[in-house]
Design a protein around this ligand. Sequence first.
Ligand code: IPE
Ligand code: IPE
Ligand code: MG
Length: 233
Amino acid sequence: MVPNHVGIILDGNGRWAKERGLSRSEGHLEGAKNLDKLTDYVFAKGVKVLSLYVFSTENFKRSKEEVDYLMDLFVKMFKKNFTEYNKKGYKIVFSGSRDNLNDDVINVMEEVTSKTKDNKNGTINFCLNYGSHKEIVDACKKIVNDNVDINILDENLFEKYLYNDLPGIDLLIRTGREIRLSNFMLWQLSYAELYFTDVLFPDFDSKEFDKALEEFNRRNRRFGGIDYEKKTN
Ligand code: IPE
Ligand code: IPE
Ligand code: MG
């Protein structure tokens, strides 16, 4: 079975570069190149939604030089990929806060979102300046602002107030050796299967993605039920 929604915490660009005596920026560039290839492969496999953690709210703690490099890389990447996304029919959405983002980033995000909004061959959700805690607090603020009647507020309605109305994540992959979530999509991960790999993101290729899919297919998802059916592959 192919997971409908895959989330990736793409980690390890810095260590990938360090291991080769390169700068952190070179690691991020290599990660970005890898992302382009990987995205096509993921959708070719039948995944419908791909959430990518590319910059956390906490990543602003890094040096100005690194943050500026990353923001510039995002702008270049989105400008370059624009036509490709449309040709391939990918819809692009963004999750995250606009606080602290510069106008170049905000403008390109708006442009990519509006120009790809009718595409139907897969959704890429870029989590940029994203933090789960902030997403949940921001949702609460919007709910209060809208004077939502608490008697009708339930999980389904709450979800409509998150940054994007997306299905729950089925498979979460974190590259780069750390076994933690780092504030990524805590609401959407409630029943995800978690896959952690030592492979650093620039090396996470289609073969590595296949390994994650194989592992996903060995899992027995029960969602709180009692189906102990044994998986054979
Ligand atoms: C992930 O790689 C990319 C971002 C967080 C933007 P890192 O930059 O965190 O790489 P490491 O963890 O230092 O190796
Ligand atoms: C998580 O990676 C954020 C992204 C991949 C964008 P970090 O490298 O920032 O996470 P920590 O600091 O090791 O938890
Ligand atoms: Mg990291």
